[in-house]
Design a protein around this ligand. Structure first.
Ligand code: FEH
Ligand code: ZN
Ligand code: ZN
Length: 343
């Protein structure tokens, strides 16, 4: 089968032919319908993942059950499933609560999941180490649903934690309207009635945000000017929730300068910035979180939102063989919504 392989830090991925894997005891073989292409992959390609590699990329996957290994139960061939991405120990307190994204033993488990140290879904087939890591998709098309497992789950996890701040009279700013940000806008509209301001450096992304129904869009290429425009909109109260899906120094500084007291900043993007957090900035009562991915039960909630038609992933679908070009397009900001590779 064809697979998109991470070879090593600083090296481009390679498309190689691998034997079709067979599920061992307790494992599940999934026939991949779609594998989302995430910005985090660019980090892995550029900076590596510790000593790990080579491995097949793709940590945002969905498909159909192809085969069950000995002892693996709870599924039947042909079931449409999303692959839950963060693979923990499965036994600790947080894993037992389905929050494998916060597994207590993460430091002693080098692999983060399929496509992140273990073989992922940018291939025709993928081995999932346990039936517990699969979530039913019901009638959703796995080819379109793959991004729900990361591009939707990650913002959902961040927004769900911010719900106490997301009151009808509050303003929330979403910075970065890419794969995660465009889902964040839809999830915010589904879960709250707060006013949404979208910020991005790309006019096409801001147009996408307007089409998704945000109240205002702000060009953040000039952060000082963007801060002034946002402050003019929110007045002395300031922004109540700032969701940064970029995480670069300019966007983190922008978040600090627009939030008010008793606010919340969620840093989701891996842009490498540092949030200055000390007396005087951000304001008193500002809580900062750095959420990571989401839990399996939250993925079930995201799938329910999609099934109710309340969120919809904007996808650009490409054949697996186009992976290198797609990564380059992602790097250059030339993807609308989420790119999905289809084997
Ligand atoms: C993957 C690896 C490391 C950090 C963050 C991520 C996200 O893409 C998962 O949502
Ligand atoms: Zn990701
Ligand atoms: Zn665990």
């Amino acid at each position: 089968m064809k697979a998109v392989r991470y070879i090593g830090a600083g090296r481009p991925p390679e498309i190689v032919d691998l034997p079709r894997p067979a599920p061992g005891p307790g494992q599940v073989l999934v026939r991949i319908a779609g594998a989302g292409v995430c910005h985090s992959d660019l980090h892995v390609l550029d900076h590596g993942l510790g000593p790990l590699g080579p491995f097949t990329l793709g940590h945002e996957n969905a498909g159909w059950i192809e085969a069950l290994g000995a002892g693996a139960a709870g599924w039947k061939e042909g079931d449409a499933v999303a692959v839950y991405g963060p693979w923990g120990c499965g036994a600790c307190r947080t894993c037992q609560a389905s929050a494998e994204n916060y597994c207590e033993h993460h430091a002693s488990i080098p692999m983060m999941g399929g496509g992140l140290g273990s073989d992922g879904g940018m291939a025709e087939y993928m081995i999932v180490p346990s039936p517990r890591l699969l979530v039913p998709l019901g009638r959703l098309d796995p080819a379109k649903a793959a991004p729900l497992s990361d591009a939707a789950l990650t913002p959902y996890h961040a927004i769900k934690a911010a719900l106490p701040w997301l009151t009808p009279d509050a303003t929330v700013v979403v910075i970065g309207i890419g794969g995660l940000g465009h889902m964040a806008v839809q999830i915010l509209r589904a879960l709250s009635s707060s006013r949404i301001i979208a910020g991005d450096i790309d006019g096409a992304k801001l147009a996408h945000a307007r089409a998704l129904g945000v109240a205002h869009t702000i060009d953040t290429r000039d952060p000082e000017r963007a801060a002034e425009e946002i402050r003019a909109l929110v007045g002395e109260r300031g922004v109540t929730v700032a969701l940064d899906f970029v995480g670069a120094q300019p966007t983190l500084d922008l978040c600090s300068s627009i939030v008010g007291r008793a606010s919340r900043i969620a840093i989701v993007g891996l842009g490498g910035g540092t949030l200055h957090y000390a007396q005087g900035s951000p304001p008193f009562g500002c809580e900062v979180s750095m959420p990571y991915w989401g839990s399996r039960t939250e993925l079930m909630e995201v799938i329910a939102l999609a099934g109710q038609g309340l969120i919809h992933v904007e996808t650009e679908v490409f054949p697996l063989e186009d992976a290198l070009d797609v990564y380059q397009r992602l790097r250059e900001g030339r993807i609308k919504g989420r790119a999905v590779l289809r084997p």
